[in-house]
Every structure is written in structure tokens, then in C-alpha cells.
Design a protein around this ligand. Structure first.
Ligand code: ADP
Length: 415
């Protein structure tokens, strides 16, 4: 018997084999099916997916064989992997001096015929073989050798896919941990950061209103600025938390009446709507699949902006629109506000992007990024059609098709 020499690239070869994390794992149908097919095509009682480890060959799949592994020193496959581009064919092991006195030939499983196609992974390393074995001498046609080579390629593809699956699962696990860290940070931000800010705001107010404390006008103004900045930071942290929650966490996929989302949003904005005598028109909205809370948040932000970004002295007019575009339904919130310059229509959806100073229009610059997150989580997209001085029309489609087509417009006066 001649024992197979170790290939010159043995260290790299073993590293490639280990990278598949497959040794000593349970049988898998996908590998068994390929081995079964090899046995069927070649007409042999035995077919194996054999992986050649440092000291043994281990079988990921074995058709017609009980042993789970055999020593590498006697393995036919150890010979086969020496020539990664060739299929090793031994027609009669009894007449081959490399194998004649091999215990696998002289004893069970009585190998006589062997054909093994190397499993060559993407960097060129032969990590094992797909092989077929018979107990009698035989010949194999060129077509069957080619079939064995093709099936061996399928085994390697399967190995690579399996590896990708493992990597993806590891990444998903990492993501879960990262999200947990983020959740922890969000909780920390919500409580530990807000609390001292609230104290600063309360103390500032106290100082300014305490009749026993005499403050110079400058000090009074400084304390007012300090309180205002703290209040702004408080709002920023609050909006950041809302943004982080809108992008993650559980999402419902219920049948939702968009009309009731709009109504809830209007309810939340009620005092502003009344104060500004807002004129609201709502077109008929079909039900959609989605998350009612998130969709209400979306309308609240868009309608809130529509009311806020109007020229001084203008009575805000808001229209909730719904139109068919091919097989899509396009929803929208149209206003008669100050409009948005063409060069800014993309950037306003990014967090903290504002086109106006705080003194002109109050805000944190987070609302539209929440809106975009909500739309994207529904598998849709959002854009704005606008012209400075002529109002804006924020429009979006949701990934899920509405249950019914929209119909005529209904009018509702400002709440
Ligand atoms: P915020 O309202 O807190 O400033 P948003 O993310 O909701 O933050 O909006 C970002 C920016 O986009 C606003 O600061 C404003 O400049 C512009 N914008 C949003 N909605 C409108 C609108 N309806 N009309 C004009 N400009 C708008």
C-alpha cells in the first residue's frame, strides 16, 4: 500500500476546510441528495461526501456505508485531493499497487472500484471528494466522470452557501446584541440624561421667579438662555428616542384605516389646528396593511410641518391626497406653505437637516427622518414635490397594496 503524501499547501487546505465549520456535524438532506444522485448515476452501491481532515476522512454524507470516518492513511480520497483538477478513477484496487493491500480493500467495506471528484473551494483548495465505490471491478464512461465532476461542484456550492448562512446568522446575532446596546443607551438617554436637564430647567425657572433673589438684567437674560438651551436639548433627546424607536422594535402588519390614522393625528394637533384656523381636506383613503401607531406618527409629522412652515399671516391649508399611479396608490400631504428649494428636497429627509433658523421656525430636524423610516419600514418610498412660495406636496407609496381603490374627495373643515 502506498500512503498518499500530504499536498504542499496542506496548511491552507486545512484552514479552508475548517472555515466551513462542517466536520462532525449532523447529516443534511442537501448533501445526502447529491450523494444519492451520484450513486444512482454511476450505478454504485456506495457514494460519499468525504472531507479530508488532518488525520482522517470524515463523511458528511454516506450512502451504503456505516462508518462515519476512516483514517486518512488508508483513504482513497487522500490520493484524489492531490490533483484538484482531476477525477481519480481506480477500476480495480486489487490490481493497483497503491491500494491492493489497503485494509479497506482486503476487508470491509471491500473497496474494489473507486472514482472520486475533488471538492475544490473558491480559493482552489481541495477539501475532500464526492466519490463512488463498488465492491467489484468496473469501468466508468467519460459522461459519468463528467457528471461526478458536476455534482462535486454542487457539493462545493452547497458548502459555500452553508458557510454564508453561518456567517449571516453570526451577523444577525451581532446585530441583536448591537440593538440591545442601543436600547440600553436609549433608556440611559431617556432617564439619566433627561433628569439633570429637567433639574436645570426647573432651577432656572425658580431663580428667575424667586422674588427674594435679585437678578441683574444680564444675569436674568443669561439664565433664560440657559433654560432655553436645556429645553432644546431635552427636545432633541426626546426626538432622537422617537427616531430610534420608529426605526426598530416590533412592527404590526394589520389592516389599518389610514383615515383613522389621519383623524388621530389631527386629534393630537387639535389645539394648533384651532389656533391657526387650519383648513383641512381629506380625500378618500383606502385601508392599507401596516402599523397604525407608526402611520399616525407619519401623518402627525407631515401635517404638523404643513401647518408650521407657512408664511406669516397665511391661513394654513392642508390636503390629504390619494391618487392611483398605475397599480400603485400614492398618498400625500399637500400644504400652501413656504415651499422647499429644489436643491434641498433630498437632504431634508436626513436627521437634523433644517432649512431655517430656530428663531423663524421651531423644530429639531428629526420629523422627516422619522417619516422616511416609517415609510421604508412599510416597504415604500417618500418624496416631495415643491416650489418655493407655492407650497409642498409630500407624497409616499407603501409597499403593501391597499385593499380598495380610492374614490372621490371629501371635505372636512379645520378641526
Ligand atoms: P423640523 O420640522 O423639526 O425642522 P423636519 O425633519 O420635520 O424637522 O423637517 C426638516 C426641514 O425640512 C424643516 O426644518 C424645513 O426646513 C423643511 N420642511 C419640512 N416640511 C416642510 C414643509 N411642509 N414646507 C416647507 N419646508 C418644510
Amino acid at each position: 500500500m502506498i500512503e498518499a503524501a500530504k499536498p504542499p499547501n496542506e496548511i491552507e487546505r486545512l484552514a479552508a476546510l475548517r472555515s466551513f465549520a462542517i466536520l462532525d456535524t449532523d447529516p443534511e438532506e442537501s448533501f445526502d441528495e447529491i450523494a444519492r444522485l451520484a450513486s444512482y448515476i454511476c450505478g454504485t452501491p456506495i457514494a460519499l461526501v468525504s472531507l479530508v481532515d488532518e488525520e482522517r476522512q470524515w463523511f458528511k454524507s454516506r450512502i451504503g456505508l456505516d462508518a462515519a470516518e476512516t483514517p486518512r492513511s488508508v483513504a482513497f480520497c487522500a490520493h484524489a485531493i492531490q490533483e484538484p483538477s482531476q477525477v481519480l478513477v481506480v477500476q480495480n484496487a486489487h490490481g493497483d499497487r497503491r491500494f491492493a493491500d489497503n485494509p479497506l480493500v482486503t476487508g470491509a467495506p471491500h473497496v474494489c472500484f473507486y472514482a472520486g471528484a475533488p471538492l475544490v473551494e473558491k480559493s482552489g483548495q481541495a477539501v475532500g471528494t464526492l466519490c463512488v465505490i463498488d465492491h467489484h471491478p468496473r469501468e466508468i464512461s467519460a459522461e459519468k466522470i463528467e457528471a461526478l465532476r458536476v455534482l462535486a461542484h454542487q457539493v462545493t456550492t452547497q458548502l459555500e452557501l452553508r458557510k454564508k448562512g453561518i456567517e449571516l446568522r453570526a451577523l444577525a446575532e451581532e446585530l441583536v446584541h448591537a440593538n440591545q446596546d442601543l436600547d440600553e443607551f436609549a433608556r440611559f438617554a431617556a432617564h439619566d440624561l433627561q433628569q439633570p436637564l429637567n433639574n436645570i430647567i426647573a432651577l432656572g425657572d425658580l431663580l428667575r421667579t424667586d422674588e427674594e433673589v435679585e437678578l441683574s438684567p444680564d444675569t436674568d437674560e443669561n439664565i433664560r438662555l440657559m433654560t432655553e438651551s436645556s429645553w432644546r436639548m431635552h427636545q432633541l433627546i426626546r426626538d432622537l428616542l422617537v427616531l430610534s424607536r420608529a426605526g426598530r422594535g416590533e412592527m404590526h402588519h394589520d389592516e389599518v384605516s389610514l383615515r383613522s390614522c389621519v383623524d388621530d393625528a389631527l386629534g393630537a394637533l387639535d389645539s394648533e389646528l384651532r389656533a391657526r384656523h387650519v383648513d383641512i381636506r381629506i380625500e378618500e383613503l383606502p385601508p392599507v396593511r401596516g402599523d397604525r401607531t407608526l402611520l399616525t406618527q407619519l401623518f402627525q409629522n407631515l401635517i404638523g410641518n404643513g401647518i408650521k412652515f407657512v408664511a406669516p399671516g397665511t391661513t394654513p391649508r392642508i390636503q390629504i391626497t390619494c391618487a392611483r399611479d398605475g397599480d400603485q396608490t400614492v398618498f400625500g400631504v399637500r400644504d400652501n406653505g413656504i415651499g422647499i428649494p429644489a436643491e434641498s428636497v433630498e437632504k431634508i429627509f436626513a436627521p437634523f437637516q433644517r432649512l431655517h433658523p430656530q428663531r423663524d421656525y421651531d423644530g429639531t430636524g428629526v420629523g422627516l427622518s422619522i417619516v422616511r423610516k416609517v415609510v421604508e419600514r412599510h416597504g415604500g418610498r417618500i418624496w416631495v414635490e415643491s416650489e418655493p412660495g407655492r407650497g409642498s406636496h409630500f407624497r409616499f407609496v407603501l409597499g403593501t397594496a391597499p385593499a380598495a381603490a380610492p374614490a372621490a374627495e371629501t371635505a372636512a373643515t379645520g378641526a
